[in-house]
Design a protein around this ligand. Structure first.
Ligand SMILES: C[S@@+](CC[C@H](N)C(=O)[O-])C[C@H]1O[C@@H](n2cnc3c(N)ncnc32)[C@H](O)[C@@H]1O
Length: 469
């Protein structure tokens, strides 16, 4: 018989992972269940399996049926205790779970009553996992429309673990964004995901000095002794950065970041044609940021601008500027101590931290143009006794007191990393849950009814900044 034809309206979307697993299953365990096609040779079920089987050169035996009997396949080479049989059972179930539904196609083809009869609920479906690299993907414009337009669907949960996010993150990192120098915090240089040698350094320094070393001291030691500090996955998420700039800045708008830290936010801004101004107390961090920029784009004249100073001085530093977006990720109280500089917020106890932090926010917001957004990535942090400081609410209060409206809250779901190993003891001993998210808080300066007037309609369908890489 001639080749079978893929279903142009296949309701199932096969992600790259799903395709890999189907292929692995065919290779390791041999062909499992049959596939199904109609009398016009269009595949009804098994598009993904057929695609992989064809690539592997498997022959196809056709059994005709009018649907009045169930075709059962007996695998004569597999016994119940066979390891390949167990693997096949896992693969058969898991390959289904790793594909996703083309919700829009289903909604187009079935009435609400039909879907109710199938107990089909959109809530069960992972919309952002749509994978555009699919060969047999349905018509463009239908599937993944929200992703084409907005890069990631603008919902209040931003799941950075999903395939599309990770793929984009890899694309950003492959440009050469570096994280060698700097410090940590959950979202950025995640200390919990540092290799064990860093803890050895930390312990050695603690023993030597009799107190906990600051992140700067650890960085210094590692640089001096050529100890590699972190892998590329633990830097500030460039995708979050890209989305913030694309969604909440104006095209070409100028960005202020009073707690700059690493190079990512500056480099992403530059790549998107936006001028970035960042302040950070730590000179080494700023030098590393400039070096990273120079390594990536040697001799480039326009650049992100980082200044080494106390961001309490933001108004004196930037008295000539007005900004179109405030974007920052402040120290989460003393969760991580960045340096021993007494002006470093992470060195202060919360009583001192909060008014200083509020002043910096007030001054930064004063420099923001009217009718513009401010976006802050923050997370709850516990005090010494183990209860939350209420940092997220304090951040919201600080921005509201600075005259901005609290406008959106997004939850950034982060990788579990070593949390899976730590959570059991932690939860049993204290009932502290494993925190797997950060809060992305969005504020607006001005009358929110005018947003439509000031901000363009977004559609990034034809915009691919990585096209020429
Ligand atoms: C959470 S980190 C920010 C890191 C940044 N979000 C990133 O991902 O790269 C906070 C930064 O604030 C800086 N910092 C703390 N107190 C400061 C102050 N008073 N003025 C300027 N920077 C300060 C620290 O040096 C640190 O780099």
């Amino acid at each position: 018989m001639s080749d079978l034809k893929f279903d142009p309206r296949n309701y199932r979307i096969h992600t790259d992972k799903n395709k890999r697993l189907i292929r692995k299953s065919l290779e390791d365990c041999g062909a499992g269940r049959s596939i199904l096609f109609d009398k016009d040779d269009y595949i009804i079920a098994g598009n993904g399996v057929y695609e992989q089987a064809k690539e592997l050169g498997l022959s196809v035996r056709v059994i005709e049926s009018d649907g009045t009997e169930l075709i059962a396949i007996k695998r004569t080479d597999l016994s119940s205790e066979d390891a390949r049989r167990k693997a096949l059972a896992l693969a058969d179930n898991y390959t289904t779970d790793t594909s996703i539904f083309d919700v829009e196609a289903i909604i187009e083809d079935f009435s609400a009553d039909d879907l109710d009869a199938w107990e089909f609920s959109v809530d069960d479906i992972s919309i952002p996992e749509l994978d555009n690299s699919l060969n047999i993907s349905p018509d463009k414009g239908r599937t993944g429309c929200l992703e084409d337009k907005f890069i990631i669907p603008p919902f209040s949960i931003l799941d950075s673990k999903l395939g599309r996010w990770q793929e984009r993150k890899r694309a950003w990192l492959s440009l050469g964004i570096k994280s060698e120098t700097g410090r940590d915090e959950e979202l950025t240089y995640k200390r919990s995901s540092q290799p064990p040698r860093i803890y050895q350094v930390k312990n050695a320094l603690r023993e030597k000095n009799g107190s906990d070393p600051s992140w700067d001291e650890i960085t210094d030691y590692c640089l001096k002794h050529n100890i590699s500090m972190m892998d590329g996955t633990s830097i500030f998420d460039p995708v979050l950065c890209e989305l913030t700039y694309r969604w909440f800045n104006l095209p070409g708008g100028v960005i202020l970041d009073p707690f700059a830290g690493g190079s990512v936010r500056g480099i992403v801004a530059d790549r998107l044609g936006m001028q970035y101004y960042g302040i950070d107390l730590r000179r080494k961090q700023i030098e590393a940021n400039y070096k990273n920029m120079e390594d990536m784009f040697p001799g480039k004249t326009t650049k992100p601008y980082w200044v080494c100073d106390d961001s309490l001085n933001v108004k004196e530093l930037f008295y000539k500027e007005k900004f179109d977006l405030l974007f920052t990720c402040p120290p989460y109280a003393d969760l991580e101590v960045y340096s021993d500089d007494p002006r470093d917020l992470s060195n202060m106890d919360y009583k001192e931290f909060l008014p200083t932090y509020r002043t910096i926010i007030q001054r930064s917001c004063d420099l923001l143009n009217e009718n513009r957004f401010a976006v802050v990535v923050a997370g709850e942090v516990r005090d010494k006794s183990g209860v939350y400081h209420n940092f997220v609410s304090d951040t919201i209060a600080a921005f509201r007191d600075a005259g901005l409206h609290y406008y959106n809250e997004m939850i950034l779901v982060t990788n579990i990393g070593s949390l899976a190993m730590r959570v059991s003891g932690q939860f049993n001993n204290s009932r502290k849950i494993g925190k797997q998210h950060q809060n992305v808080l969005v504020f607006y300066k001005g009358d929110v009814r005018g947003i439509k007037e000031h901000f363009p309609q977004l559609d990034y369908s034809d915009d691919d900044i990585f096209e020429n890489e």
